[in-house]
Design a protein around this ligand. Sequence first.
Ligand code: UDX
Length: 442
Amino acid sequence: MKDIKITMIGMGYVGLVTGAAFAKHGFDTTCTTRTPEKAENLNKGITPFYEPGLDELVKEGVDSGLFHGSTDNKSCVKKGDITFICVGTPSLPDGGIDLSHVKKTACDIGEALADLDRYHVVVAKSTIIPSTTDSLILPLLEEKSKKKVGKDFGLCMNPEFLREGAALHDSLYPDRIVVGGYDQRSIDTVMNVYSGFDCPKFECDLRTAEMIKYAANCLLATKITFANELANICEFFGVDVYEMMKGVGLDFRINPAFLNAGVGFGGSCFPKDVNAITAVAKSKGYQPRIMNAILEVNETQPLRIIELAENKVQGVKNKRIALLGLSFKPDTDDVRFTRALPIAEALIEKGAEVVAYDPKAIDNFKELTDKPITYAASAKDALRDADICVIQSDWDEFKALKPQDFKELMKTPIIIDGRRTYDPMQMIQEGITYLGIGWKNP
Ligand code: UDX
């Protein structure tokens, strides 16, 4: 066991996954939550959401005696050496971010620091608009603790770059670690926690660290949106956007990642972060044109699926549509900003009958909409007697379906793919009508 004790405030993706990774690296780590049941479950090795491999990692941490759950922020901060703020920063109606959880957490930590007579470092890990750490968290910590940053306690901003579905890999083997600090002592203390992580490490000031997170997510959202815009244009020329992007991605300055066109991006980060940076820029009197365009394209992109469906079968009214994939991407049960929602709602609006299936996200999706959707028990059940199959996220379970399955089960074997799950040549040779956003539609 290492001699640094860590507290993660927040038991969402970031807090839980990063906490489990710290425990794996030998740190005594406690994750706190306001929900007693979640804390009790964590102490029994039970995780509150689905993430591949997380159950095992959490159990391993709990069994080794290094990973714990608690509802008591203050006592955990007092017992520990470093506290990471990992609470949610959800969107406000104007697109800005809701900092109420961050404020409450900073107050709790400040009150705990008041009773501490040793150096402690507070680290903001939640995604927060530049200046939040030094102009909101810092004053609250000093006010509540009656202590001085730089002297009695340290302060850092350490953004996370976890991808859901691959969060374990990203937390155990990150490709970079960014630590912004109030001073060098704070940075050194946090970098010490990461000494066992083998990757480039970048030190900077607090605001730069905050901005790095937004810039990275906005740039990735830009790449996806660019691919989507190009996909829409490629269709006019019968050019396959996936083939085309393979050629584009060979340029080392561009690289092939995040150039997969389709129904647009969802998830808990990209939509929220692009909206937040847009809202804050506007509040400063600047109109961010690129960000606005990203949001606009991403809004209309899922509807391209409906357009393709309507063109193929002359309207979707009274057609039975199998909608495969409800989570915002495969390997997660997270449905935040999933593109399945606008697709399902638009189909129902147009009079289609929607039969939906997802390996993990059905329960979460049911909470998003009360539209009359039938939920199937399996992908094959959803396909039975369907006129069209729409694929919104490309789970391995869907990749494993054979052309024969579509031909035998569906009324008419028409697949409209929002992700490019299959090889178009193979599907077409098997007699399936296989259409997608950004490739030659027969
Ligand atoms: C993202 C960032 O990748 C991660 O670094 C950050 O910490 C949180 O936000 P995540 O939202 O989990 O992670 O998923 P990601 O794999 O980035 O995908 C986001 C969305 O973009 C999904 O809806 C996905 O389907 C879509 N996407 C991704 C595309 O449409 N095309 C692509 O080429 C890549």
